[in-house]
Design a protein. Structure first.
Ligand SMILES: Cc1cc2nc3c(=O)[nH]c(=O)nc-3n(C[C@H](O)[C@H](O)[C@H](O)COP(=O)(O)O)c2cc1C
Ligand code: SF4
Length: 451
């Protein structure tokens, strides 16, 4: 069993209050950083830790910090991305509602390293109660001298603000988030320039995910080197996984990166196996945007090696046989799940959330939704399957932001791995009109009939 470093105190009564959090060693990283380290030394520790961004892309946080334009005479900003709208992902919410001071502590230590005097936490609008929890935590931290002017008697001062979003998934994309924070419509920006050069108010800005910023606390407390010893290869540290779907124990789990996927799904310590004694059919391992994998490929790579919960192992085989760790939204499907229905639901979401700036995404997501709707509802044609692949290909790589790719990859991967199910839908329209068709006639039997 891995040691919890972010969720170590998750079950301590009152841990959401400053006094209890402090009694458990809270805010030690702020004291250590501000009193004994220079901002560059803090950045070096984060680099040494190897921690990669936990928002989805997995970019090394220390490297991102070192790109920040420190020569500019404009103010620098740290913006925490707490938009968390990726379907299947709910770990940031858990961190913020359960241990809000961990994020506030991480924000202060990280802002010090970056030389930011004003920092923001941009929270998904639907998380209204979380916003209140964070605001209360900031006020407690301020009363204790950790936020505001001359923190702990040093010459470092910081103002922290919580900004609610208005419920748009696209505002989780970092440049759309910055637009929204500036009071504009949340449309992604063309890059370059990247936020490290011209971000919030055209000033040097670092945008990091909630979990990434929380990880800075143990990194500074225990050293970057100690953090880098946890995990496997370039997947250092621990990762929070939001586990949902057809498992016995859905929830948020902190794992050491490198844990075998099979152990994560079947051991009682984590998901506790597939519910109702059913068989595993497929997994979407990193939030709805990543390619879906069938049971055999999520448990083992195409080379026959055990698949691990790490950036490298999950992507082994590329998109032909692999996927991505993404945001760690781990959605498990049992044998009764309908892949076409599931994909239609995901695609409906992307169509609804497309900001509309690029034609391939705006039009393509709409077309994919329409075609999937007709296949799932028994009105599809055989040609529709290749049409979907074609539309997905035309979106991929041809848009301003990765939402287009996020919509295309699930479609392409579902057809790559489950084409026979799409064909079944076209050949047996009467059977698939019932949304629970694979519960009534288990998938394997249904497909055997089709063959
Ligand atoms: C459509 C879209 C939605 C995103 N939503 C989120 C989100 O809710 N939270 C998040 O941290 N990153 C999200 N990202 C990734 C961010 O653009 C960015 O990479 C991330 O906040 C950087 O933080 P990290 O390096 O700590 O992961 C999203 C990206 C895209 C394209
Ligand atoms: S890919 Fe989609 S969401 Fe992203 S900028 Fe283009 S239209 Fe907007």
């Amino acid at each position: 069993m891995g040691k919890k470093i972010l969720l170590e105190h998750e079950n301590v009564p009152g841990i959401e209050t400053f006094d209890v959090y402090r009694s458990k060693g809270g805010y030690a990283s702020v004291e250590k950083a501000l009193k004994t380290m220079t901002p560059d030394q803090v950045t070096e520790e984060v680099k040494t830790s190897g921690v990669r961004g936990r928002g989805g892309a997995g970019f090394p946080a220390g490297m991102k910090w070192s790109f920040l334009d420190r020569k500019s005479d404009k103010p620098r900003y740290l913006v925490c991305n707490a938009d968390e709208s990726e379907p299947g992902t709910f770990k940031d919410r858990y961190l913020m509602e359960r241990i809000p001071h961990l994020l506030i502590e991480g924000m202060i230590t990280s802002s010090y390293a970056l030389g930011a005097k004003t920092s923001y936490i941009y929270v998904r609008g639907e998380y209204m109660y979380v916003i209140r929890i964070l605001e209360r935590a900031i006020e407690e931290a301020r009363a204790a001298g950790f936020v505001g002017k001359n923190i702990l008697g040093t010459d470092y001062s910081l103002e922290l603000y919580v900004q609610p979003g208005a419920g748009a998934y696209i505002c989780g994309e970092e440049t759309a988030l910055l637009e929204s924070l500036e009071g504009k419509r949340g449309n992604p920006r063309l890059k370059p320039p990247f936020p490290a050069i011209a971000g919030l108010y055209a000033s040097p800005t670092v945008v990091n995910n909630v979990e990434t910023i929380c990880a800075v606390v143990p990194i500074i407390n225990n050293s970057g080197n100690a953090y880098s010893q946890i995990g496997i290869g370039k997947s250092t540290g621990t990762k929070l996984i939001s586990a949902s779907g057809h498992i016995n124990k859905p929830g948020v789990y902190e794992i050491d990166l490198g844990l075998p996927v099979e152990e994560f799904i079947y051991s009682d310590e984590y998901c506790g196996g597939i519910w109702k004694g059913r068989k595993l059919k497929a997994v979407v391992a990193g939030g709805s945007s990543v390619p879906i994998l069938p049971a055999n490929l999520i448990l083992k790579t195409a080379k026959g090696e055990p698949r691990l919960m790490s950036y490298e192992s999950l992507s082994d085989g590329g998109f032909a046989t692999g996927t991505m760790l993404g945001s760690g939204g781990f959605i498990v499907m049992d044998e009764t799940a309908c892949i076409v229905r599931n994909l239609w639901t995901f695609t409906r979401f992307y169509h609804h959330e497309s900001c509309g700036q690029c034609s391939p995404c705006r039009e393509g997501t709409g077309w994919m939704e329409k075609v999937l709707h007709r296949i799932e509802h028994g009105h599809g044609h055989m040609d529709d399957i290749d049409l979907l692949v074609d539309v997905a290909k035309k979106i991929e790589g041809n848009t301003i932001c990765p939402l287009g790719d996020a919509a295309a990859w699930p479609v392409a991967s579902a057809i790559r791995h489950f084409r026979d199910e799409f064909e079944y839908h076209v050949r047996f329209p009467e059977k698939v009109k019932n949304p629970k068709h694979f519960e009534i006639e288990p998938m394997e039997a249904a497909l055997a009939t089709a063959r």
